[in-house]
Write a protein that binds this ligand. Structure first.
Ligand code: URA
Length: 269
């Protein structure tokens, strides 16, 4: 890798880290009055450029058709094995055609009381076909072990193919995969959901706040059809914790809050 490429990658990682932490503006300690300083230059009106229309990818020219097809296939899956096979054979998610090696569905106990939803598969998951098996997954496993949750979880993601360059999955990609995820929740029938990181929390709860404001709070997740409702808690993504070990305390406190409720006989908030 050239030095410039390494610098680009560092800058991208740092920006991704800030975005994950909820930073949406950059401010200096003291404002600069550019008018006073005579440096203000009114921006030129933007040049009108012709609209670029992305070429449709195989099987995904219409998202509503892809969602309908995913819903149909998911509903037909009578168990988790059938659901895994349905996902693998589904051509409606653009990610499938953007370099992913295979679909990555889930791992864990099929009757788990806790269902954990991450963002999307990374390189290790893409290579081996199982979610959360890279560094972030190993940290997650250690945290689950320490909380006594190891055999009580089912782990999956909002999308089932690795996004190119490990970018955040788009809302559309998450929407196309959602019927499968919802069917997995229906089949596992957990007592509650743990949502790892902003992309998972935002997609599942349809909320816009940053993860630092959502984490550690209880929300009610409701299925598209409205007939399933579950308590759901967002927390920090383990990949974020690898970057920012100082934040582990917060994630650990969230996990303890969740475990305490999971172990309570009435499971009320
Ligand atoms: N990060 C995720 O969100 N999911 C995985 O499966 C792996 C890393």
């Amino acid at each position: 890798m050239t030095q410039a490429a390494a610098l680009d990658r560092t800058a991208e990682s740092l920006l991704a880290f800030w975005a994950e932490a909820g930073v949406d503006a950059m401010l200096l300690d003291t404002p600069i009055d550019k008018i006073e300083a005579g440096k203000f230059v009114a921006p030129k009106p933007a040049e009108k450029k012709p609209l670029l229309v992305a070429a449709p990818k195989p099987g995904v020219s219409d998202i509503s058709a892809a969602v309908a097809q995913a819903r149909h296939l998911a509903a037909e899956a009578k168990d988790l094995d059938a659901l895994k096979a349905a996902i693998a054979g589904f051509d409606g998610c653009p990610l499938k055609f953007e370099g992913a090696r295979q679909s990555v569905f889930a791992r864990g106990a099929v009757d788990a009381p806790l269902l954990i939803i991450g963002e999307g598969p990374g390189p290790e998951e893409d290579a081996r076909g199982e979610p959360f098996i890279g560094d972030a997954g190993q940290l997650l496993d250690r945290m689950l072990g320490a909380a006594g949750l190891t055999d009580r979880v089912f782990i999956t993601n909002t999308v089932f193919w690795r996004p190119p360059g490990d970018r955040t999955p788009s809302l559309q990609e998450q929407q196309v995969c959602a019927p499968f995820l919802e069917r997995a929740i229906e089949l596992v029938a957990p007592k509650m959901l743990l949502l790892l990181g902003a992309p998972s929390a935002k997609a599942m709860l349809k909320r816009d706040e940053g993860i630092l404001s959502l984490r550690g709070r209880w929300f009610e997740w409701r299925s598209e059809s409205g007939h399933l409702e579950l308590p759901a808690m967002p927390t920090l993504h383990p990949a974020f914790l690898l970057w920012q070990p100082g934040a582990k305390k917060k994630a650990w406190s969230d996990l303890l809050t969740l475990t305490e409720r999971l172990d309570r006989p009435d499971r009320g908030a």
